[in-house]
Design a protein around this ligand. Structure first.
Ligand code: MG
Length: 312
């Protein structure tokens, strides 16, 4: 029987997001492909350090049990299988239950996302992520971080920006192109009952929300079960633009544990208390504040990224 993906949350992860490939990348950039291949072979048994998405991926995989697999993580790599061997050794070393991989040797791997039903692709290659977003695939670029994961802690805390991440950039466009805060707030008040369209990470969050509901049902049946996932919304919106957020999430039946309607307060000021294992935002300025301290993912989507300078 074929392995079924349609009933699972599938995440496609590049080796550059899962592990620290900064040294290998340096070899690739400075000495080109042959030297890179040689370097990876010579260091095959030298275990790679953890990357930006490691804390998220490890905890998501830990939600799976023998009876029920809710999450599938697939390595989606622009390496070839030969150099990819080092990555598989690291997967085994850290005890990650990842067994499936697609290697595309120098190509952009996002085009296989549909084939594996992936609702998120995480990569340390900005050009790959931008191209994926251009073709409407949900993808995020992991930013360098000094974060050190505390693996004794089993809870998984996710934090999401709202506009341009969970929902589309329609309201953001009113803000950016419609004359600023006051016209934007008026627009949002007038459209408070109007459902917002789906953004790049809508499906991912919806699936996370379904897993949360499953965890709550399990906890109700057996109070020794500890639900692991917590979700926070962290948005620059504040009243009166909050109402549309709440009504939209309610309509889509998405549950949120914590919500920060910040209205210009620095996101890092609340996130350093919440301590996310992953934070998603479409605006670089918000990501840059947080990325050093916590694993952060830039979604280069929509009007917020129209005139963005090339990063990195
Ligand atoms: Mg946003």
């Amino acid at each position: 029987m074929a392995f079924e993906l349609t009933d699972k949350l599938v995440i496609a992860v590049a080796s550059s997001a899962l592990f620290d490939l900064s040294e290998s990348d340096k070899v690739f950039r400075e000495e080109k492909e042959n030297a890179y291949r040689r370097y990876q072979r010579e260091n095959e048994n030298n275990i790679l350090g953890k990357g930006v998405a490691f804390a998220l991926i490890k905890r998501l995989l830990e939600i799976n049990t023998k009876e029920k697999q809710l999450v599938e993580v697939i390595l989606l790599s622009r390496n070839d299988p030969d150099t990819g061997l080092r990555v598989f050794k690291a997967i085994e070393f850290y005890g990650l239950t990842i067994s499936r991989a697609i290697f595309v040797a120098g190509q952009n791997p996002f085009k296989y996302m549909e084939a594996i039903n992936a609702s998120l692709f995480l990569s340390g290659n900005l050009a790959d992520v931008k191209e994926a977003i251009k073709y409407n695939f949900p993808a995020g670029y992991v930013k360098d971080t000094d974060y050190k994961d505390d693996e004794t802690e089993k809870e998984l805390r996710l934090a999401f920006d709202f506009d341009g991440v969970i929902v589309d950039d329609a309201s953001e466009t009113v803000y950016k192109k419609g004359g600023g805060l006051l016209p934007y707030q008026k627009h949002e008040r007038e459209h408070a009952n109007e459902l917002m369209g789906e953004g790049p990470l809508f499906r991912f969050l919806k699936q996370i929300s379904e897993i949360q509901k499953y965890e709550i049902t399990k906890f109700e049946e057996d109070d020794s079960y500890k639900p692991k996932i917590r979700v926070a919304l962290c948005t620059a919106r504040n009243a009166p633009a909050h109402e549309r957020v709440i009504k939209t999430l309610r309509e889509y039946d998405i549950r949120i544990d914590e919500a920060f309607f910040l209205g210009g307060i620095n996101k890092n000021s609340v996130l350093k208390i919440y301590k996310p294992h992953i934070f998603f935002d479409d605006q670089l300025e918000h990501i840059d504040d947080v990325a050093k301290s916590f694993p952060s993912v830039h979604i280069p989507y929509g009007v917020a990224n129209e005139n963005e300078k090339e990063q990195d």
